[in-house]
Design a binder for this molecule. Structure first.
Ligand code: SAM
Ligand code: F3S
Length: 443
């Protein structure tokens, strides 16, 4: 069955990875082609996010819009995957009866057979179970576009932070075996990939089965990947401070190919709130990790996630968050207003802080974070950055774009043949979300 599919991906990098796998599956199983225009698609898939209420509501809003397409073309198949699907299951079909297929993050490999059954006249198909690691065994080898690839090394999260829906929608932590991950990286290296980003909700909790029943940790995996000379840069995200032990810190001293950038969500700077969030570390412990990282790799960029307005957060708690930001100096970070998620423990907590006060705190925090990120960007001007060229620049016609070690986009003039290679670029200017540069001599 040929035809076209359209995929819209919401939320985190895990979802981006899953969306790429869904595309591979539809190409492989059904010989379909991807389109960016939903009105010409035969299959439309929304890969959803439920981490905050706004993201969740967007899904039903977008579904409402494709309903019209289904009226015009009754053969159109509409699928909903990801965390909203996992959480709502059958309720999605009850609320939007024109949806044909509902699948979770762990059952996406079953999508082709679910579509087939639905097309053969079965009722809407819903499968949001957690059949553990089966997913990876059933997926085709990832197709790659470009020199940088995501590699999912684990599924789920077992940390159960009191505000977070992820352990309920994606299940508990399950790590892929060491050999499977290395096979995937070997395949990518052979297809021109020069940088891998190891991803998982909680990637430093990875414990992969190694030879002889032994278990390997993330530091061992990073080291093992260095046997592939083609992979010149290794990244991993997202980490949890509770699992950031000395072996992983040391990897930054030992492995030059490990990019000098860590995304390490702290959430807030008050021990009282951290305890209520069930994060499992104190501010002092977090600061100690950052200090050790900076000793192991001077100049390392540390970015973070923050939640503002958690139930019971006082002005004093919030002031501690601002102090932590001032003290540590974070690179480009994310900050969110707390969003109560049904079914999580924090959603039961009393919350007296007016929404307006929370919004003001968020604005203050974002200002502080933006100021720091801008200072870091300006500090890079005049320096030379090792940049992996991704392809043509989206912003500046005729130019190339690539990423520096701290993940900033760098736009510079250069020949299209440089795509997929590492080059040295002298940074000549800093804009809020990207840098300008010129090829350094010898590149
Ligand atoms: N380890 C995960 C990752 O890959 O980023 C963290 C899970 S979550 C997808 C990403 C971020 O969303 C968290 O670090 C947290 O700051 C934010 N978040 C999670 N639940 C939230 C909630 N209920 N309200 C507001 N922000 C939330
Ligand atoms: Fe969520 Fe905490 Fe895990 S933020 S993804 S429960 S580490």
């Amino acid at each position: 069955m040929a035809g076209k599919f359209y995929i819209r991906s919401f939320g985190c990098q895990m979802n981006d990875y899953d969306s790429a796998r869904i595309a591979d599956l539809l190409r492989e199983a059904h010989g379909m082609e991807r389109t960016e225009r939903p009105e010409e698609a035969d299959v439309i898939v929304f890969n959803t996010c439920s981490v905050r209420e706004k993201a969740q509501e967007r899904v039903f809003h977008d579904l409402g819009r494709v309903r019209r397409l289904k009226r015009e073309r009754p053969g159109l198949v509409i699928g909903v995957g990801g965390c909203v699907a996992s959480q709502e299951g059958e309720a999605i079909v009850a609320r939007a009866p024109y949806v044909d297929v509902v699948f979770g993050p762990q059952t996406l490999h079953r999508l082709p057979s679910m579509i087939e059954r639905r097309r053969a006249g079965a009722c809407p198909q819903v499968d949001v179970s957690f059949p553990e690691i089966e997913k990876f065994d059933r997926l085709p080898a990832p197709r790659t576009a470009g020199a940088s690839a995501l590699v999912s090394i684990m599924e789920g999260c077992s940390k159960y932070c009191s505000f977070c829906i992820v352990p309920y929608t994606r299940g508990e932590e399950v790590s892929r075996p060491l050999g499977d991950v290395l096979d995937e990286v070997r395949g990518l290296a052979g297809r021109g990939v020069r940088e891998v980003t190891l991803i998982g909700q909680n990637v430093n909790a990875w414990r992969g089965e190694a030879d002889g029943g032994a278990s390997a940790d993330l530091a061992a995996l990073i080291e093992a990947i260095t046997v592939f000379p083609e992979i010149e840069r290794i990244r991993f995200t997202t980490s949890h401070p509770r699992e950031f032990g000395p072996r992983l810190v040391d990897a930054f001293a030992r492995v030059p190919r490990l990019a000098g950038h860590v995304h390490l969500p702290v959430q807030c700077g008050s021990d009282r709130i951290l305890a209520a969030m069930k994060r499992g570390y104190t501010v002092l412990e977090y600061k100690a990790i950052v200090r050790r990282l900076r000793e192991a790799r001077p100049g390392i960029a540390v970015s973070s996630d923050f939640i503002v307005g958690f139930p019971g957060e006082t002005e004093e708690d919030f002031a501690r968050t601002l102090r932590l930001v001032e003290e540590l100096g974070f690179d480009a970070s994310f900050s969110f207003l707390y969003s109560p998620r049904p079914g999580t423990p924090a959603a039961q907590l009393r919350d007296d802080t007016p929404q307006q006060a929370k919004r003001e705190r968020l604005a203050r925090l974002q200002h502080a974070l933006d100021t720091q990120a801008a200072a870091i960007a300006h500090g890079m001007v005049g320096g030379i950055e090792r940049v992996l060229v991704e392809g043509p620049s989206r912003r500046h016609a005729g130019e190339l774009a690539g990423r520096a070690e701290n993940n900033r986009v760098v736009n510079f003039a250069g020949d299209a043949s440089l795509a997929g290679r590492f080059v040295d670029v002298r940074v000549t200017g800093a804009a809020p979300h990207s840098l300008r540069g010129e090829l350094a001599a010898g590149s």
